[in-house]
Design a protein around this ligand. Structure first.
Ligand code: CUA
Length: 352
């Protein structure tokens, strides 16, 4: 029972600042524990004295008049002035020290080079790497490498916060803020927009995926390629049914044709429908940045800033009506037909 409770608490705290996984978040976490301990002691001392006083000096039935009054206890007055002053000064110095460890101390300026630019949007995260790679919502970084990250906003104030590996910082329209991002160990670290930014603030999740340098390089290389051109013929006739195959498998076969032709059809639809006026897919005409870049959508684990796992079934549901999953999202319900949804899903899921 206690083991289970312990595990439950551990699991709840796993992605919080009490489990820091970078030098910068560890500095903030340490300050929290020092401040928390001091505050607990400050709360405990008067509480204990008060309880003792209430029980030992309460009015007794045989007592007459006021108890003996004490005035002008100078040494006590000096003590309760000097001790808090020292505590405040120590915490002030520790805070300045922590700031030095946790935050970039020099502003690289507008032309300064950062290792990643994160742009907050209602309600997703745009990620721009100096290599030219553009992605969304899932930040890949090499492990044990301190990255300088620029934070900007496309609309309202957002809050970057991946408690284990990236301290909290505002993303403000018209201004660039900076943080350090670093992870001690490979892993997936979960974060969340930390400033109320509208209807879907709660579904503005982000993750940091820390990888060994070689794995990061491979990821970045893959992401820097343009989207593959579909090889099939759009709108090709469905494959002839031989009648010998598994019925269920055949029913699952989309009605409009083979996978390759479905993908080609989806690629064509993407350019004809309003999709391309908001999204970009490198290597095609679509190059808007109102919505997330979809060049390598299929390589991401989630859809809609963590709202859904990235599976073909979820992508279809999302395309059917984004408002059902994220009410107020800037992606409207395009009233797509099932055939259009099947083709677009096949195409988007081919963008590895
Ligand atoms: Cu973005 Cu809250």
């Amino acid at each position: 029972m206690l083991d289970t409770l312990g595990q439950l608490i551990q699991e709840m705290l796993r992605h919080t600042f009490v489990n820091p996984q970078s030098p910068q978040t560890r500095a903030v976490s340490n300050l929290f524990w020092v401040g928390g301990t001091v505050a607990t002691i400050i709360l405990a001392i008067p509480t204990i004295v008060l309880l003792y006083t209430i029980t030992h000096f309460r009015h007794k039935p045989d007592q007459q008049g006021e108890p003996h009054q004490v005035y002008g206890f100078r040494s006590l007055e000096i003590a309760w002035t000097v001790i808090p002053t020292i505590i405040v000064l120590v915490i002030f110095v520790l805070s300045i020290h922590t700031q030095g460890l946790a935050e970039p101390n020099t502003d690289p300026g507008p032309s300064g080079r950062s290792d990643l630019t994160v742009i907050g949007h209602q309600w997703w995260w745009e990620l721009r790497y100096p290599s030219g790679v553009v992605s969304a919502n899932e930040i890949h970084i090499p492990v044990r490498t301190r990255w300088l990250v620029s934070l900007k906003s496309a609309d309202v104030v957002h809050g970057f916060w991946v408690p284990q590996v990236g301290n909290q910082m505002y993303l403000i329209p018209g201004q660039t803020n900076h943080i350090w991002l670093e992870a001690d160990k490979p892993g997936v670290y979960e974060g969340q927009c930390a400033e109320f930014c509208g209807a879907q603030h709660a579904w503005m999740l982000l993750r940091v995926i820390a990888q060994p340098q070689a794995a990061f390089d491979a990821w970045q290389h893959g992401q820097s390629r343009a989207a593959p051109r579909p090889t099939g013929q759009a709108g090709a006739a469905p494959p002839p049914s031989t009648g010998t195959g598994n019925t269920i498998a055949r029913l699952r076969q989309p009605a409009t044709g083979s996978t390759a032709s479905l993908v080609a059809g989806g690629a064509q639809l993407f350019q004809q429908l309003p999709c391309q006026s908001c999204h970009a897919i490198a290597g095609t005409r679509a190059n808007a940045d109102i919505g997330p870049d979809l060049t390598h959508l299929a390589s991401r684990a989630t859809l809609a800033a963590g709202r859904l796992d990235n599976t073909p079934a979820n992508l279809k549901d999302w395309l059917r009506d984004p408002q059902e999953y994220k009410e107020g999202s800037h992606m409207p319900n395009l009233l797509l037909t099932s055939n259009q949804i099947d083709a677009l899903t096949a195409y988007l899921e081919s963008l590895k």
